[in-house]
Design a protein around this ligand. Structure first.
Ligand code: GCU
Length: 424
């Protein structure tokens, strides 16, 4: 018996060491960043120079977009229209009379499969159209504010099953209030539209649930190599919410600001690149596969993200594990796909896993495309100090502190939105 245990232990140590040798260590020191060259933003695959917005839109943008779609996030394999909307709650005098609260279910159907998306909407009280922030939440709509009327997964508390109750207790009503400056947002004249991202595709390595299954052909149980992972599915969901917002009379749908934190920041950038209807896009601490330059390999690397979250990207992206230099794109190009619409990249000083400098550099390196349109990119050579925001058409700040969303971040996003939406 003892011999067997010892043998098992030796085998375990052998493989553990072998694996540890293979995985390259995490870079946490700027001096260890490998030398790299970014792929050319303005030169097409056939070597033509992009000199005008029209060259960009006709020639270069489509090839970059197609590369991201097929090799990185994955292509959406079809279309599906909104099947129905059910209003679950309407309160014209929520948040002590400051806001309208509306909760709706969006229904999607294909064959015998369906998907329900429960949305929570707050708008400034009154009957004026408002610009809105649109953002996924991580822990359920009820986590964003203590308002006891917020439904849990579209249901009242008494309607929850014991399993749902357990899940609800874990996440907690109002448990994430600090990340959602709701009163500040409403006070500034903006609405907030939010939904739990798990409602579109549960965040686990399992393609049998969420929206993917609605598109499967008979016998299929996972997306193809160039087809959508979860990030792309979440981006799809944002566009479907946009379809609905276009029909909402009190929403100024020309002024929808997409916001996302971390994995949802990656999602916001990809959704903004796909869908021109989003007026402003904000990436908060999005890091690897979001705003950070992959070739720097600082903090989280492509191989880390594909190993720890194998379902986020298209299978094709896994070819680039420990092989970033083979990518024909880097993440500055993702930001450039959003041009000329305002885009904001925010980092946090203690968030080395997300590579703040890499996020800044990507925002800066996207600037030549904004400048083609006569818009203000980032010119400064050095990264700005903490808490010194820059608000051009590309915005950037490095907030002091950890990976999070804080009041400071919201203060900047509101100022940025005011600058772009209120001045015209
Ligand atoms: C992990 C992951 C990141 C991601 C983050 C999040 O840290 O490695 O890529 O951004 O989770 O979404 O919270």
């Amino acid at each position: 018996m003892l011999q067997r245990i010892l043998f098992g232990l030796i085998v375990f140590i052998f493989f553990y060491k072998l694996n540890a040798q293979r995985a390259t260590p995490t870079i946490i020191d700027e001096a260890d960043v490998p030398p790299y060259e970014l792929p050319q933003l303005l030169i097409t695959l056939s070597g033509e120079k992009t000199n005008t917005p029209s060259d960009w839109e006709r020639l270069r943008r489509p090839e970059i977009h197609s590369y991201f779609a097929n090799q990185v996030y994955g292509v959406v394999p079809g279309t599906i229209e909104l099947f129905g909307v059910e209003v679950l709650d309407y309160e014209p005098s929520a948040l002590s009379g400051q806001a309208i609260r509306k909760q709706v279910n969006l229904y999607f159907k294909k064959g015998n499969k369906s998907l329900t998306m429960p949305l929570l909407i707050y708008l400034p009280a009154g009957n004026k159209k408002s610009p809105v922030f649109l953002a996924y939440n991580f822990k359920g709509n009820h986590s964003i504010n203590p308002d006891s009327a917020i439904l849990i997964n579209g249901k009242k508390e008494i309607e929850l099953s014991p399993e749902e109750h357990k899940k609800f207790n874990k996440s907690g009503r109002g448990g994430r209030t600090s990340r959602w400056a709701l009163e500040r947002i409403i006070h500034a004249g903006y609405g907030l539209v939010t939904i739990d991202y798990n409602n579109v595709d549960p965040d686990k390595n399992d393609f049998s649930d969420g929206v993917h299954k609605l598109f499967y052909k008979d016998g299929q149980n996972a997306p193809g190599k160039n087809e959508w992972g979860s990030l792309s599915a979440w981006a799809w969901g944002l566009s479907r919410i946009m379809d609905f917002l276009e029909t909402e009379v009190l929403v100024d749908h020309k002024k929808v600001i997409l916001f996302g934190h971390s994995r949802l920041g990656k999602t916001a950038l990809w959704a903004g690149a796909n869908d021109h209807r989003f007026g402003i896009v904000i990436s908060n601490n999005s890091g690897c596969g979001g705003a950070a330059i992959s070739r720097r390999r600082f903090g989280e690397k492509v191989s880390d993200i594909n190993t720890n979250y194998p379902h986020w990207f298209a299978k094709n992206f896994h070819k680039f594990n420990e092989n970033e230099t083979e990518l024909a794109i880097d993440q500055h190009m993702l930001i450039a796909l959003i041009a000329p619409r305002p885009v904001y990249v925010a980092s946090a000083s203690q968030d080395s896993w997300a590579d703040p400098r890499g996020e800044f550099l990507a925002a800066k390196e996207a600037s030549p495309v904004y400048e083609l349109y006569g818009e203000k990119g980032i010119k400064m050579k050095k990264m700005p100090p903490v808490n010194t925001p820059f608000h051009g058409t590309i915005g950037y700040h490095l907030r002091e502190g950890k990976h999070d969303v804080t009041d400071y971040d919201w203060e900047q996003y509101i100022k940025f939105a005011d600058q772009h939406f209120k001045s015209n």
